[in-house]
Design a protein around this ligand. Structure first.
Ligand code: NAD
Ligand code: ZN
Length: 367
């Protein structure tokens, strides 16, 4: 019995997220329900090999014309070149406004296919079929789509909400341990942001999420409910949605400093270190009990995630380099930054006006 989370949006728009094992075989029926006559599957080569034909079969069984466009796996595919290739591929398949783009894969595919769907014919409907834990709990929900510019990550994009999200939790059975752990950092993040009870539940149940027990579906549903709530209240990130960036100011800086090289650090690993840092920094500022900071780091470490700057392969650089990376190279060494900090587990808040000198001293002590 799959669970269902509804995402109400402004202007009467809404969509459902469905979570359960085996849902990729329902893509065809759902696409037909939406009235589409053709579907363009956008995926990466790895996911195409694992699940592409099953999704194609499901669509064809439902009477839809369909084609598959596969990009190379990895962040480098969120590029102008792959974006153009995907758009032209969809046009060649004669995908019309009433048809569907199906994003089958992790966050890279979701962001790229979603942006192609937003741009093609000024907006074609799209369906998210996330196949990584990160994509199921985070990137497939909320409508942020886009690609990278040589000048920075996610700088080119659009808000384009999916018509439906089908999160097939059985697809995570083939995900590598490392990608699973990386996605788990985002799961834990939801508890740390605003739900101490969920964090406690994670401490007791994390192993079941990894092994594919019923806890996995429960966790994905809980995260989707949390994200849906935030997206409903703040669709375009004017306020509260920024809380989802807990751990990401530090995390993004680490990704920048390691050159977005997945061999060194994947996003979720940066986030794990960032979450631990955000809590230790909050404790250092006297905002949060040191005990909570300890509990956060212990749990992430137990799940196999890094929690310290020393664990960044090849080193995390010096405090000034980190500070510059954090401010995206704006000159803030003497200025102020905005952080997401916490009064405790489940009690995060937006903290503008944090002195760069304070951050620097903290990083010095951490390194
Ligand atoms: P990813 O899409 O690169 O997937 C990670 C790896 O797992 C890839 O090599 C992929 O081929 C492989 N893979 C995917 N599904 C698999 C499966 N079921 N079995 C085996 N292998 C599988 O990475 P990701 O972590 O899913 O997503 C990261 C991206 O998401 C980043 O580009 C980030 O910017 C973006 N993101 C977007 C949002 C948003 O709101 N739009 C939020 C968070 C992250
Ligand atoms: Zn993230």
């Amino acid at each position: 019995q799959p669970s269902r989370v509804n995402v109400p949006l402004s202007g009467g728009r809404e969509y459902d997220i469905r979570i359960g094992r085996g849902l990729i075989d329902a893509v065809g029926a759902e696409a037909r329900n939406l009235g589409a006559r053709a579907a363009g599957i956008v995926t990466d080569e790895t996911v195409a090999g694992l699940y592409g034909e099953r999704v194609r079969a499901s669509l064809e069984a439902a009477g839809l014309r369909c084609g598959i466009i596969a990009v190379p796996p990895g962040e480098a595919s969120k590029s102008y070149a792959e974006f153009a290739r995907v758009c032209d591929g969809l046009l060649a398949q004669k995908i019309e406004r009433g048809d569907l783009v199906v994003a089958l894969g992790g966050g890279v595919v979701g962001d790229l296919a979603g942006f192609a769907a937003a741009s093609l014919r000024r907006g074609v409907r799209f369906l998210q079929v996330p196949t990584t834990l990160l994509a199921q709990v985070d990137s497939s929900v909320g409508g942020k789509t886009g690609i990278n510019s040589p000048l920075g990550k996610n700088l080119i994009g659009a808000f384009h909400q999916p018509r439906l999200v089908l999160a097939d939790t059985a697809t995570l059975d083939t995900l590598s341990e490392r990608e699973m752990r990386a996605g788990y950092a985002e799961v834990a993040k939801y508890g740390l942001i605003g739900d101490a009870g969920f964090f406690e539940w994670c401490e007791a149940n994390w192993a079941g999420i990894f092994s594919g027990g019923p806890e996995r579906d429960e966790a994905v549903a809980a995260c989707c409910r949390a994200k849906a709530g935030v997206v409903t209240r703040d669709e375009r990130e004017d306020g509260e949605r920024a809380l989802l960036n807990l751990g990401h100011t530090f995390g993004h800086a680490l990704e920048r400093l390691t050159g977005y090289d997945a061999a060194r650090l994947v996003h979720g690993e940066g986030v794990a270190i960032g979450l631990a840092l955000a809590f230790r920094f909050s404790a250092r500022l006297g905002l949060c009990p040191g005990q909570d900071a300890g509990r956060v780091a212990n749990h992430l470490a137990l799940a196999g995630l890094p929690t310290r700057l020393q664990q960044v392969p090849g080193g995390a650089g010096d405090p000034d380099a980190l500070l510059d990376a954090m401010a995206q190279d704006k000159k803030v060494r003497d200025g102020q930054l905005t952080f997401i900090l916490a009064h405790g587990i489940g009690q995060s808040f937006i903290a503008p006006g944090i002195d760069a000198a304070e951050v620097r001293a903290f990083l010095e002590a951490e390194l």
